[in-house]
Design a protein around this ligand. Structure first.
Ligand code: HPA
Length: 270
């Protein structure tokens, strides 16, 4: 594993990608942030040694290097989900590569269903904590001692300082930003009413199919993490309508402008 990571890192450094300090993982339908990046390199995943290839978004699946407000960033545009058939090592490979390139702060976005009935569609939720309900953990197996410890602490996976700054930015921009617990569910079938009820009692405010594996490896490597969910639909078990994928994508697009504004402002302060 370390050899694969090192080969990918060596390949990227040979392209002259510089020294990004901030890494960003963009969720499905949330690629618009890339328009705010002054791009120096845009590299197809298929060109990078050992990088998994995207199955769904054939046009994306790129690792993008450049600057935002003068800050050097690397963006994973196109992420990998467990439900697509990837292993946890594949899902998290890009985050490990980012760390070895010098990234110390990871910003993550995703689309999620709203469990908390106070949430509105197309609103944003700062992830305060998570529950891993995926059938595995990327740290299972021999520990990569070069990257982190066997039993990494998870008492506060999302950085309190970054959360406080983001809340201040949202207040300044008059953007409604809720805060809550994200649960990662296997998918790809959406949840039943009974499952939404179960998710609610377990203490989650939003449900999605990503993010938690990336955050676990990031914390293993002691990166600071901030993550935001775009609430694309409401998942109230007592008032559940059939999911409409077009509505979900439309709500992701509606919320994207605010999400981009928040990330862009935070990067300015890092
Ligand atoms: N579940 C329900 N609704 C959703 C999800 C999910 O995982 N992602 C986006 N909307």
């Amino acid at each position: 594993m370390m050899q694969k990571i090192n080969e990918a890192v060596a390949f990227l450094q040979k392209q002259g990608i510089g020294n990004p300090k901030v890494g960003i993982v963009l969720g499905t339908g949330l690629g618009g942030l890339v328009n705010n990046v002054d791009i120096s390199h845009s590299i197809h995943y298929s060109e990078i040694p050992h990088f998994p290839e995207s199955t769904v978004e054939s046009h994306s699946g790129r690792l993008i290097f450049g600057t935002m407000n003068g800050q050097h960033v690397v963006v994973m545009n196109g992420r990998f989900h467990f439900y697509e058939g990837y292993t946890f090592n594949q899902i998290t490979f890009g985050v490990r590569v980012m760390k070895m390139l010098g990234v110390d702060t990871l910003l993550v976005s995703n689309a999620a269903g709203g469990i908390n009935t106070h949430f509105k569609p197309a609103s944003l939720m700062l992830i305060d904590d998570h529950i891993n309900m995926l059938p595995g953990n990327p740290l299972v197996g021999k520990n990569l001692d070069e990257l982190g410890s066997r039993f990494p602490d998870m008492s506060a996976p999302y950085d309190a300082g970054l959360i406080a700054r983001m809340e201040q930015i949202a207040a300044n921009e008059s953007i409604e930003l809720n805060k809550g617990v994200y649960v990662a569910w296997i998918g790809p079938s959406l949840e039943t009413r009974a499952e939404y009820r179960f998710i609610k009692v377990m203490g989650a405010d939003a449900v999605g199919m990503s993010t938690v594996p990336e955050v676990i490896v990031a914390r293993h490597m002691d990166m600071k993490v901030l993550a935001i969910s775009v609430i694309t639909d409401l998942c109230d078990p007592d008032n559940l309508k059939p999911a409409n994928i077009n509505d979900i994508l439309a709500n992701a697009a509606r919320a994207e402008k605010d999400l981009v504004k928040l990330f862009t402002r935070l990067i300015l302060e890092l």
